[in-house]
Design a binder for this molecule. Structure first.
Ligand SMILES: [Cu+2]
Length: 175
């Protein structure tokens, strides 16, 4: 895939400011799977016209701890919605992994869910011990210092691209 390798180089050039995300770094001109809303998160392309009736999403603090096994990895981030309408994270894709699932944790057990809600004027936090993205079947094991390109798909906001840095296995994000 020439497209993803180009994105990987782009991501590598970006400054590694803490928590800074390359939102939509490769969002323009991508061919396949570009829905009507692709890349337009927050621009409010809904036809209703009245302000506050669409979700306005932003992503921060994304990271992937360097996995200890070669068959799965966790992904964490915070989604903030400053719009007056809730949205749902419905799927995640990454060219570096065969599959990505949405997981909830209850007690000590995690299980797959179909979607996760981003409340209106609220936050969805994906974090250790809680809701998270579960990446399966990596092409190869991600290593600290790399960036993994991830596309989040939302039921209302379309796709948001995230460059997810691979951190140390025991990395704890600053508050
Ligand atoms: Cu999981």
């Amino acid at each position: 895939m020439t497209h993803s390798s180009r994105c990987r180089r782009l991501a590598a050039v970006l400054p590694v400011a803490a928590g800074l995300l390359a939102l939509g770094a490769c969002g323009s001109g991508q061919g396949p799977a570009s829905g009507p809303d692709s890349g337009s998160a927050g621009s409010g392309s809904g036809g209703s016209g009245s302000g506050g009736s669409v979700p306005k999403l932003s992503v921060s603090g994304a990271y992937m701890p360097e996995p200890v096994t070669k068959d799965m990895a966790g992904g964490f981030l915070t989604l903030k919605n400053t719009g007056g309408t809730a949205d749902r994270l419905t799927s995640v894709k990454s060219g570096a992994f065969g599959e990505a699932q949405l997981h909830e944790t209850s007690g000590q057990q995690m299980h797959r869910v179909k979607s996760l809600k981003v409340p209106a004027d609220g936050t969805l936090r994906l974090s250790r011990g809680g809701n998270h993205i579960m990446f399966l079947n990596p092409e190869r094991k991600p290593v600290e210092g790399e960036k993994v390109r991830v596309t989040l798909h939302f039921s209302k906001s379309g796709d948001i691209d995230v460059s997810m840095p691979v951190e140390a296995t025991n990395f704890v994000p600053k508050k």
